[in-house]
Design a protein around this ligand. Sequence first.
Ligand code: HEM
Length: 413
Amino acid sequence: MAEMRLPRYRSYFVNDPKLINLVLKERPSDFPKSELISASLASLLGRGVFVSNGALWESQRRIIDPAFEGGRLRHSFHAIQQAALDATTRITPNQIVDVEAQSSLIAADIIFRTLFSIPISNQIAADTYRDFKTYQRVQPLMNLGVLLGMRRIIPWVQSRKAKKAGRAIRHHLRHLTDLRRQQIEKNTAPDDLATKIMTTPDPETGACFSPEDMVDQVAIFFLAGHETSASALSWALYLLALDPECQERVYAEVSKAATGDRLEFSELSNLAYTRNVFKETLRLYPPVPMMVRETSAPEILRERAVKVGSQVVLSPWHLHRHERLWDRPDEFDPDRWDNAETKRCARDAYMPFSNGPRVCPGAGFAMIEGVVLLYWLVKTFEIQQADDVPPIPVAHLTVRSKDGIRLRFIPRR
Ligand code: HEM
């Protein structure tokens, strides 16, 4: 644990599995989401599930979670597969491809298809995506400055631009949710995530999301579900390009995984090695590099007195590369996921989707998405490094590369 003493508060960087379990699993309500982080996201997320706490958050999860249950994921699977197929036709073969930009587009396409049954080529989807890119550029969300108590390092003009982009995104999303509400009333709504979430009442109170609540939630699905998946896909493709032997094993697996032209949901179980590649990518490059909580009461952490309102920073990045917990932590080794020792270690030291009650509701969805995308991309292309310059990971909202990731996609036949 490291302590940072700042003029206005203290920040504690915690990397001990016992303490992480305390914060995320044993006493999560004593360590709510940090107000500092929530405030910087308010213009986009309103009171959405990512930033809310207490009874409001509990009710939101009771409505959202059923949409992501195992059985429902079958519905999303077909939309994900269609987006993956379209992606294979969009990538320019044999040329240098900026993989992060491509992955971002693919992941945004998947979110629109699974939430609203529209592809990214739809005008509102394209406008939302454009404004979202502006928002990301001007709003360095997980900015270290926030944690270090230097909020003013975000210039005023920049934060005004972020607010404007946040409002524009919400305007598009409101339009989409209004349209969907009308379709639900007329019984013509498609059976997708938006319909499921808008028509599910909280089993305890009987209340459904109001139109404004729904905009808050859709904004977070878009933010949390698209940036993260895009980051994971970019790093997975980079790791495969670095390791041709591993890539050939994935290719061998995908070549015999499906009996027909398309992959069936039930055939996902034939892709165990591809899944291991994705899991190992999430270990080495966890898309959410850190999570921030706040103490709601005085605490003693590793024999240190911690005051109310202190920031507690948890870092999947550091935990996943902890030398005392992992064997060869910096090595890319998908096979490690087949041994019992890794599985035991992962219980306490692997949290790409967080842990405890606030665990990512989209985790199951994201694992299917990652495997399906690797299935189609590796089946269609041999992925090669385009230059020898290794990408430098940096923590933005998600783990991105400082100067991009450039790869070549060579058609297999
Ligand atoms: C590889 C992909 C993904 C990763 C690595 C990821 C990771 C995470 C992590 C670490 C958190 C906890 C953040 C915190 O507590 O500060 C989180 C929360 C969340 N994620 Fe994901 N996520 C992914 C994909 C998705 C998808 C596809 C969706 C939805 C479509 C989604 C929706 C959410 C939501 C709504 C929350 C807030 C949950 C709460 O606070 O109760 N995520 N995610």
